[in-house]
Design a protein around this ligand. Structure first.
Ligand SMILES: [Zn+2]
Ligand SMILES: [Zn+2]
Length: 429
């Protein structure tokens, strides 16, 4: 192997200390990150330069010296984060993040806004979501605990997005009911908190969570700090705690797999029984788990992942709280071989999902379906029927290599698409 095991010859900042395996992984990761750039899968003119593509640095960009920073776990105001999706992307960009997965709790509503900002700055967005679930094994009721599952999708988003959206909507509805419950418990504890107050803190359309209630308690003067709200009242099974109606973790994993996503267990260090959870969820089809944090790889969880044959990744779980103690966006340093492993697992899943989504459209070409496929990539210059080809091309070419696009299966989809896109009258739907 070139470079060999030693590979430690320092060459300054440019790829210094990289062995052959790492250099190969970096090249593969870079190839995927920088996909797109004006290619047109469907033939014809790709006139929109929508800039969805990550720009290589002008001078010597894309060389071995350019670090590939992935941020795979963060939140915006669309759930319990403090920064808007735009601000999250801007902050990530400032921190050198090239690929960002926005993973709000139980909603993907921030993705379109994140994409607009990402387009401007040249950051690649992986549409993501963090799903609140309950691990509740029938053979061991004592082992029940809440579990968060991250889902990562392709540029076309989830296949059959309606199914996922219904699934997420019912979790969000459950959160409203739960918040009402916790508020009435607080009122019973002589700590009156108004629903309107909590709802205002959560923001329009955001399903309120414990942190929003804690802030309302703080603002109402019932507690001295947010921590106290949790340590005294809102902790799991605490006096003001209320259980949500989360789906089973296994069902969420099934849903993620069925809609073309990659399913990853979030922050296993927050679990009571990480060993049982990982084993059972691996059986249910879990792809990976978080083991990297900004303080490095956690050996115990890494071993657990290895024992279960799970992919190992990580993310900052940034919420924008503005505290020094919080990990910043892009602060989790994942070796390039880890990013490569992530993409090796995810890309075939995404590729099949993209093909499947496009085949669904071919089988039933309607503007509504097209909206679904391209809803994450509206642009100012191009929306809906006026440039269907371009939108679909942009989705495909930012995610698939030339080779993947030119394989016979995709070629067949392309030629059918060209036909159907020509046939569908613009007025449809
Ligand atoms: Zn979480
Ligand atoms: Zn999170």
């Amino acid at each position: 192997m070139p470079g060999g095991k030693r590979g430690g010859r320092k060459k300054g900042k440019r790829g210094g200390g990289m062995n052959g395996e790492q250099a190969g992984a970096l090249r593969a990761v870079q190839e995927w990150v920088f996909l797109g750039n004006g290619r047109d899968w469907l033939g014809g003119s790709l006139e929109i330069d929508d800039g969805f593509n990550v720009a290589r640095k002008k001078s010597g960009g894309g060389g071995l010296g350019e670090k590939m920073v992935f941020e795979l776990h963060c939140h915006s105001t669309c759930s319990d984060g403090f920064l808007s999706p735009t601000k999250v992307v801007e902050r990530a960009y400032e921190n050198g993040v090239k690929v960002l997965a926005l993973t709000d709790h139980d909603t993907m509503s921030g993705i379109p806004e994140a994409l607009v900002a990402a387009r401007r700055l040249g950051v690649k967005i992986i549409p993501g979501v963090e799903i609140s679930t309950m691990f509740s094994p029938s053979d061991d009721p004592e082992a029940e605990e809440p579990v968060h599952i991250l889902a990562y999708y392709s540029s076309c988003g989830p296949m059959r997005p309606g199914e996922l959206e219904d699934f997420l909507a019912s979790i969000r509805d459950g959160r409203y009911a739960r918040a009402h419950n916790m508020i009435s418990k607080l009122n019973g504890l002589k700590m009156p908190v108004k629903w309107e107050h909590v709802a205002r803190i959560a923001g329009k359309g955001v399903a309120p969570g414990r942190v929003h209630i804690a802030r309302a308690m703080f603002e109402a003067g019932h507690i001295e700090n947010l921590k106290q709200a949790f340590s005294r009242y809102l902790y799991d099974k605490g006096p003001a705690y209320s259980k949500g109606s989360e789906p089973l973790a296994e069902d969420a994993i099934k849903m993620i797999r069925n809609t073309g996503g990659v399913a990853v267990l979030a922050h296993p260090w927050a679990l009571k029984n990480p060993a049982i959870v990982t084993r059972k969820l691996k059986e249910a089809g879990l792809h990976g788990m978080e083991v990297y944090r900004c303080d490095g790889k956690l050996t115990a969880y890494s071993d657990l992942a290895d024992a279960s044959g799970l992919l190992k990744i990580g993310g900052s779980d940034f919420h924008g709280k503005g505290k020094n103690s919080e990990s910043s966006l892009g602060s989790v340093n994942m070796p390039v071989t880890v990013l490569h492993d992530f993409l090796k697992l995810a890309r075939p899943i995404w590729r099949d999902a993209i093909r499947n989504t496009l085949e669904q459209y071919i089988a039933e070409p309607s503007e509504a379906k097209l909206e679904e496929i391209t809803r994450f990539r509206r642009t100012r210059t191009c929306s809906g029927s006026s440039c269907r080809n371009e939108l679909i091309s942009a989705c495909v070419s930012s995610w698939l290599t030339e080779e993947e696009m030119r394989n016979p299966e995709f070629e067949a989809v392309a030629s059918k698409l060209q036909e159907s896109l020509r046939v569908v009258p613009i007025e449809t739907r």
